[in-house]
Design a protein around this ligand. Structure first.
Ligand code: FMN
Length: 187
């Protein structure tokens, strides 16, 4: 069965936003991807999931590189523009530059990176898998940097900043958990 866009269960996922930068047949481009996941520490691997119809998909297939810029809490406007328009029709990079947002050339690949993102990761494509109605591109990190800025959180079509930290349970509950774990140890 489907797990449709906007359905109650689909809206329970909380994600970061990857601002995926690319170059290729559609020129320098940026898209918003809530499905951006860190999937290996060593080597550093990241999976992004654009639909086959996206300009980004065609760019990455051609050049086999992409930038992952983890959107910071003050980058919701970049995400909305990158996610609300296609590079097949609009030069989003030019729009964003004109609106005052800044980019810098990636060090290891021929792609623009977003200045002021919480993290910037330059990726080389190592695997492509068509999965359902999206394509998974796995990128190997070639260059990584991050700054002291919180990532934006995304849920049910809205942007959030992370709120209050959930406190640990009281010590007696932690003790009970430890005893219970001990009792259920596999021999
Ligand atoms: C916050 C947000 C998250 C999104 N996440 C994804 C995603 O993970 N995968 C996807 O295919 N489209 C996603 N989209 C939609 C694309 O960003 C949108 O279709 C965009 O126009 C594609 O750009 P392109 O055609 O220039 O590549 C998202 C949109 C927004 C606003």
């Amino acid at each position: 069965m489907g797990l449709e866009y906007g359905s109650p269960a689909a809206r329970k996922f909380i994600t970061t936003i990857g601002l995926i930068t690319s170059d290729g047949p559609w020129g320098p481009n940026i898209m918003a991807a809530e499905w951006t996941h860190h999937i290996s520490y060593n080597p550093g691997l990241i999976a992004v999931f654009p639909r086959p119809s996206r300009a980004t998909t065609e760019n990455i297939k051609k050049t086999k590189v992409f930038g992952v810029n983890i959107a910071a809490i003050d980058q919701n406007v970049i995400s909305s523009i990158a996610g609300g328009n296609t590079g097949k029709e609009i030069d989003k990079i030019a729009v964003l530059k004109e609106l005052g947002f800044e980019f810098y050339p990636a060090k290891k690949i021929k792609v623009l990176m977003v200045k002021g993102a919480a993290a910037n990761i330059e990726c080389k494509l190592v695997k492509t898998v068509k999965l359902g109605d999206h394509t998974m591109f796995v990128g190997k990190a070639l260059e990584v940097s991050s700054i002291e800025k919180e990532s934006i959180a995304y849920n049910g079509g809205k942007y959030y900043r992370l709120g209050e930290k959930i406190e640990k349970p009281p010590q007696e509950v932690l003790d009970k958990i430890a005893i219970t774990l001990e009792r259920h140890k596999k021999k």
